[in-house]
Write a protein that binds this ligand. Sequence first.
Ligand code: DGJ
Length: 779
Amino acid sequence: MIQTENNNFILTTENTTYAFRVLPSGHLEHMYYGRKITLKNIDAVTEKHAFVPANSTQYSREFDHFCLEDLCLEFSSYGKGDIWEPSVEIVHSDGVRTCDFLFEKFEVTDTKPEYKMLPGSYDESGKYEHLCITLKDKFYNHRIELHYYVYSQCDVICRSVKFINGGNESVVLNRLMSAQLDFSDSGFTFTSFHGAWAREMQRSDALVTQGKFVSSTVAGVSSNRANPFVMLSREGATEDYGEVYGINLIYSSNHYEALEVTAYGKSRFVNGINPATFSYVVNPGEDFESPEAVLTYSHEGFNGMSQNMHHFVKNHIIRGEWKNKVRPVLLNSWEAAYFDINERKLVNLAKAGKDAGIELFVMDDGWFGERNDDHRSLGDWVVNKKKLPNGLEGLCKKINSLGLDFGIWVEPEMVNTDSNLYRAHPEWSIEIPGYEHTEGRNQRILDLTQTAVQDYIIESMSSVFSSANIAYVKWDMNRIFTDFYSQKLGAENQGEVAHRYVCGLYRCMKELVKRFPHILFEGCSAGGNRFDLGILSFFPQIWASDDTDAVCRAEIQNGYSYGYPMNTVSAHVSACPNHQTLRTTPLETRFNVSAFGVCGYECNLAEMKKDEVAAVKAQIELYKKWREVLQTGDFYRSRNFLTSNTTEWICVSKDKKKAVGFMMQKLVRPNTRYECFKAHGLDPDAEYHFYSFGMKYNIKNFGSLVNTVSPIHIKQDSLLEDIIAKFVKIDGETEDCLVNGDTLMYSGVKLKQAFAGTGLNEETRYYPDFGSRLYFMEC
Ligand code: DGJ
């Protein structure tokens, strides 16, 4: 709901209130954002200003009791006394940097105009709650539009900002933030998600009581170094209790999130395009639109906030045919064969996949040009006939005839200098002529600020995607930006390269998704180097990390889960020792972790041991039965490896009739027998059948200890042990009981004892290092 009486603007969602008003000076005072309140007495939530503090400035003679430095503002500009993080920075043609945007008018509509170059949130109904506030600069003729969109059911408010040059001269826009949240107090914990390749989404918490905390990147992509999703929480917030704000940006390039505490103990949060690498020339009559910011609040802890974000992303970001479709179980060739692929190998792998229950076979890198390693051929999207003599079509037909869909890997934004494309169009590459280029994975980035380059990508990809019956595309992007420079833009426009690039990328993605609506697109950037709401506005899922180690993945997926629903997080079961960590984890744990994302496989199933293939087959069968719950249900965190030896999650179907729980331990601590599984999100009054499937364990896992239960002596590592291991398995425990939702949620179910140096039998939970369980609940 949007209320606008007396120039007080109150935006209400099901559980939150966001309020600001016009001050007599024309500035917008931010009054409140948080738990839903009845705002009858506006005066109660406004700051009282009768005088300004010493050594600060009076805004004007007329408003000599206003000091912009000590106000909670809805949109701050630079130069009139507000010395904290500004929302806008402009250099006017006369060199003046001061600006002062004051309220002009407002409008409420039920429409949402599309951004010219950027993706944004949407509502399937086509009806919006939209408030537009127009501010006008006091001295120049420029305007700012603040656009608010209220998504009531998921407690989300989106905001974007438009700058309009209403003067006769060009200006340089050095900053235009998307959201600004001013609070009259401080003491927030700023949670951001940092990392690197194979180490994405590591949560870090910083208590900001003084100064400024910034999470940002200039990598040119949203990056694994600092994800644009961040959280602010008040003291004492836990997964289930306390006040948490979640903030994201629908953008895939350089971003900036800052929380600053002012001299007067107020806090200001801003997010938007990173001003460090940004300057945009806006000519008379032109405008510039910021990316859309996404804001949510919950007083039900981090889980409450995540629920809001998950519902928002599922309903108002993800689009297209795959929005509500369950995703297929795929087998990807990368970790099975890397660049060393050919038709025979691929078909063999696909056959093994088919036997195990795989639905979609994906050929990763290595299929085009002379692509035998990562040194050449990016840009030349022509099939390598030595590897695939029957072309893409021939291979695809063979895969399809096995009863599998066929998918392909591409990296359209890149070019190797050793490629026909680069030889023909060196000016299409982002690089500074005459400077030594800083290389990354031996490849350069195509200059998507140029329409001709966008057209090349659209046409070359269209020809690949239509050359065979392609059902899935993995769109990769394997380096960060350096030497930001477009050979086609003028000197004054070089500060626009990063932004223009990502807008060019969005045009390519939009067009290709429109041309190929049936294809399931998966974003990827060396794993999760570009995992953000911009990409998700076109592609419904993203390869979350090149790290497929189950322990790391549990941490990484836990990190993503704060801001992103798990059906956007692509997760594969891979071989052990793991290719990134050399760690060995149980096959069931690798599956259990993957099952909580979009589950796939990425290993050589054709060379796997028979019993492992049988286990994989059973996993896929189980996953197919439960994937609806896992992919579309509500996901909650309980414990995680940041603060515990256990990670514990649950996914609950929309109707609360089914749920899957996950529990995993990092390292065994001997003689810790007891565990309790605690659920979330169930119907407290319903009775659930709580159960697990008993596993069968290899006797070799128990070494010489097996002799304590074996009727004959089995020498470790002997032929006898091999033979017995083939036929005899040790039964693991099962859980099976009827229990009410309230008990499951508030008390939890006490599980069977774990092996504790003693007590090995089928009633014992065999729970080694990295052991895990899935628990099923049905009513
Ligand atoms: C990086 C991706 O993250 C991998 O999964 C794989 O597709 C390689 N690129 C291929 O070069």
